[in-house]
Design a protein around this ligand. Structure first.
Ligand SMILES: [Zn+2]
Length: 305
């Protein structure tokens, strides 16, 4: 049986917000089974609590933002991916500003701290969204489909029209250790021309080479270069892990994304939650894939080639 988990102890992070440029302090606290992930804007009076669920998403431009009653928290996706990747189902997150600290632009600092603190196992079972029929959303040539599969897998196909970077494809069968080593350290990125436009519009004020990979006309501007040759597509998978966690439960299925981003990821989660004929919510006994196997769902619903 897979039991729910929370953080063992309190964790405090302090850092700047990518868009606001302000220093923000964030505390992750243990929560009871069934709580889910809840952000609390403790700088507001009274404090506003916002559940990290698709129904609370208010903006998907540049990052994923959740909000309620004039309060919002943006750039939640890297932290959500870290919580997912470290097995945390329930947590209270106190935050004193409108944005999760960007840290180094990846999920690695969150994953390292979560793994060091450790998790506490609770007494209730996890429930998984087991996909039984494909669900698709598209926007122009961008497309995301969630296929039935015995495992949680994300395959991402990203296209670049830039002389420095070419198209990238990667497929991740989710595994906590693999996620921590191969995906969590992949940083957010932007093109120099876009970064300048964002700054001129009052966005990305906290953005720097310390917290993002910046792609110039002739190459990567960061002194140390890339962390992986295909760091960009790894980051897109990391973003997707965070965005799809807003379904409220872990998914057993294969997400196949073509040129997707926060907006289309959110549309897929929303569509999935509406299409109740395409999945069942189930506690999994034994291995995580037990339910999918009992439903005769193949390991892979389509060829990877
Ligand atoms: Zn990101």
């Amino acid at each position: 049986m897979a039991l729910q988990k929370t953080v063992k102890n309190k964790l405090v992070f302090s850092g700047i917000g990518l868009h606001s440029g302000k220093t923000i302090t964030m505390t992750i606290r243990p929560a009871d089974a069934g709580t889910g992930i809840i952000f609390h804007r403790i700088d507001m009076n009274p404090a506003v609590s916002i559940e990290a669920e698709a129904c609370n998403v208010v903006n998907t431009r540049l990052s994923t933002t959740i909000g309620k009653s004039n309060a919002s928290v943006s750039t939640i996706e890297h932290l959500m991916a870290a919580l997912y990747g470290c097995g945390v189902d329930n947590a209270h997150i106190d935050i004193d500003g409108p944005e999760v600290p960007i840290m180094d632009g990846s999920a690695a600092p969150f994953v390292a701290a979560l793994n060091e603190t450790g998790t506490k196992t609770l007494t209730k079972h996890r429930k998984y969204i087991v996909v039984t029929k494909p669900v698709t959303v598209a926007d122009g040539d961008k497309k995301v489909t969630l296929f039935p599969s015995r495992y949680y897998r994300i395959s991402f196909d990203m296209r670049f029209n830039h002389p420095v970077v070419s198209n990238q494809f990667k497929s991740m069968k989710f595994d906590e250790e693999k996620f921590a080593a191969d995906f969590a350290p992949a940083r957010t990125f932007g093109f120099l021309a876009e970064v300048e436009t964002l700054k001129a519009n009052g966005l990305a004020r906290g953005g720097s080479l310390e917290n993002a990979v910046v792609i110039g006309d002739d190459g990567i501007l960061n002194e140390g270069g890339l962390r992986y040759e295909d760091e960009f597509v790894r980051h897109k998978i990391l973003d997707s892990v965070g965005d799809f966690y807003l379904a409220g439960h872990r998914i057993i299925g294969h997400i196949k994304a073509f040129k997707s981003g926060h907006d289309l990821n959110h549309k897929l989660v929303t569509e999935l939650l509406v299409r109740k004929d395409c999945w069942k919510l189930d506690e999994c006994t034994g291995k995580q894939d037990h339910v999918a196997a009992s439903l005769s769902i193949p390991e892979l619903a389509f060829s990877e080639a």
